[in-house]
Design a protein around this ligand. Structure first.
Ligand SMILES: [Zn+2]
Length: 105
């Protein structure tokens, strides 16, 4: 699994697939994330990370950890495009928060 922590946010990750074990807390509690109010069946099923009423900005996480609320985005062009300006890859290919230093402010 290719799981890239974002140095400035220890609870944000970009991954190429759903982590089985949360790299932050070590629990097997990573689930597809949904926001809004779920039905009681969904809530009790344990199959979803429930994010509440507020989606993540600027793109809602793909998966979330039910134990520690770590956020995971699938490593897709769409997600990286949407997260652009919040997350970018630096010269070493690491994900960083904020704009690239080379970009005019
Ligand atoms: Zn966790």
């Amino acid at each position: 699994m290719n799981c890239n922590p974002i140095p400035e946010r220890e609870d944000w990750f970009i991954t190429d697939r759903k982590p089985t074990i949360c790299p932050r807390c070590g629990k097997k509690e990573v689930r597809p994330s949904m926001f809004g109010m779920p039905s009681p069946e969904v809530w009790e099923s344990g199959k979803w990370h429930i994010a509440g009423c507020m989606p993540d900005f600027p793109e809602h996480r793909t998966w979330g950890c039910r134990n520690c609320d770590a956020a995971f985005w699938k490593d897709t062009k769409h997600n990286l495009g949407r997260l652009h300006g919040v997350v970018h890859r630096d010269k070493e290919g690491k994900l960083r928060l904020g704009y690239p230093e080379s970009m005019p402010q």
